[in-house]
Design a binder for this molecule. Structure first.
Ligand code: AMP
Length: 397
């Protein structure tokens, strides 16, 4: 019987469950996978262990069936979860509201509060809660720990967190800026001083998390002071299917002139906007292919994306006053050299210069891509939200 030293990390979304078995001390991913299209006829699970890939296709009725399938996949691939030394289960939860900031041991009361917070995150907290319920049934004797996407941004100054609307309405309905992707922003902003050999308390960093969702943060001495997402993950940068910043008058205009109701606007903002809305595709690699073919809509979408990113970098240079590092992370940030180059081009007067060769050099790990002359270090830092969640859960063991 092995000593318990692994953590199962679960990220349960509306129609998918991402899971990973992590060694939090050795900082290693042991196995993991993705259950997709839950509740649809064309369900799918892809599982990886020891460099081998396992795939199953077929309908997956619900999250309970999805998690059971993942459990079976572990066994089929030769790693029985009962013998995998699991000491805790870590759950990604999107919205902690003002109730939760720190990683929290899940009790019945905590779960009920996560469900109540669904009013702030109707697309995210309900499937997060279902994942927790199902996993607690599977592993009733293990500690389950919720790690909140909003947690890192509890430190936002009031001036950054407050929307300029009627204060009574704001207070009554919890309308303020919470921020998201906090686990990633925290992880990356802690890596930066280590990589640069600097004191964390003396390091000011702009983190650009560019994935399917995208957000920027300004971190002063390890403390988040500004971020681009707000009450919901719709605000800020241009994303795969979400618009980021928008004149709120657009919603009133579309309601009045196009007869769009709340559901129509929800679909427009969450699924029909961003790169997808502008170009027809939300995947950055496909966008690149379309641009290479001379597709004008794809080219414009790219330019809108990069322009917004530059605006945020400029804003956060001003918010922080002195910036030591700019770190790119997540799928686009780690892989799309053109985005990094174009977003920061021409900022030499502000102390930012990307070295073209370093930026283009193939690489997977953390690396510096700024020129020697650049006052601000520019880095690519692969994010690892699963490891961060596993390490947070490990503290409860
Ligand atoms: P994430 O949400 O972090 O998984 O990021 C997903 C996004 O990263 C998608 O838009 C992908 O197209 C994009 N992405 C992944 N790999 C690459 C790559 N090699 N080049 C450009 N974009 C990529």
């Amino acid at each position: 019987m092995s000593a318990n030293k692994t953590v199962l990390v679960i990220n349960s979304g509306s129609s998918s469950i991402k899971y990973q078995l992590v060694d939090p001390v050795g900082e290693a991913e042991i196995a993991g996978g993705l259950v997709e299209q839950i509740g649809e006829p064309d369900g799918r699970i892809v599982h990886e262990f020891e460099g081998r890939r396992y795939e199953l296709v077929g309908p997956i009725a619900d999250h309970a069936a999805g998690l059971r399938l993942a459990y079976d996949m572990f066994a089929d691939s030769g790693l029985n979860l009962d013998d995998a030394g699991i000491a805790a289960v870590g759950h990604r939860v999107v919205h902690g509201g003002t109730s939760f900031h720190e990683p929290t041991l899940i009790t019945g009361e905590v779960l009920a509060e996560i469900v109540r917070l669904s009013e702030l995150a109707p697309l995210h907290n309900p499937p997060n809660a279902i994942g927790i319920e199902v996993a607690r049934e599977h592993f009733p004797d293990l500690p389950h720990v919720a790690v909140f996407d909003t947690g890192f941004f509890r430190s936002l100054p009031e001036a950054a967190a407050t929307y300029a609307i009627d204060r009574e309405v704001a207070a009554a309905y919890g309308v303020r800026r919470y921020g998201f992707h906090g686990t990633s922003h925290e992880y990356v902003s802690r890596q930066v001083p280590q990589l640069l050999g600097r004191e964390p308390a003396e390091t000011n960093t702009i983190v650009l998390h560019l994935g399917n969702g995208a957000s920027a943060s300004a971190v002063r001495g390890g403390v988040a002071v500004e971020t681009s997402m707000g009450l919901t993950p719709l605000e800020g940068l241009v994303m795969g299917t979400r618009p980021g910043d928008l004149d709120p008058g657009i919603l009133l205009h579309l309601h009045r002139t196009a007869g769009m109701n709340v559901e129509d606007l929800d679909v427009l903002l969450n699924r029909r906007s961003g790169l997808k809305g502008m170009s027809g595709v939300n995947d950055f690699r496909e966008l690149g292919r379309l641009r290479a073919e001379g597709d004008a809509a794809a080219q414009l979408a790219y330019e809108v994306y990069v322009h917004r990113l530059r605006k945020y970098v400029g804003a956060y240079l001003a918010v922080l006053g002195r910036v030591d590092a700019i770190a790119f992370t997540a799928g686009v940030g780690e892989n799309a050299a053109d985005v990094r180059e174009d977003a920061l081009a021409g900022l030499e007067r502000l102390g930012v210069a990307v070295d073209a060769a370093r930026n283009r050099a193939p690489g997977r790990g953390a690396r510096v891509i700024s020129a020697e002359s650049s006052e601000v270090s520019v880095l690519v830092v692969p994010t690892n939200e699963e490891l961060a969640i596993a390490q947070a859960a490990w503290r409860f063991v």
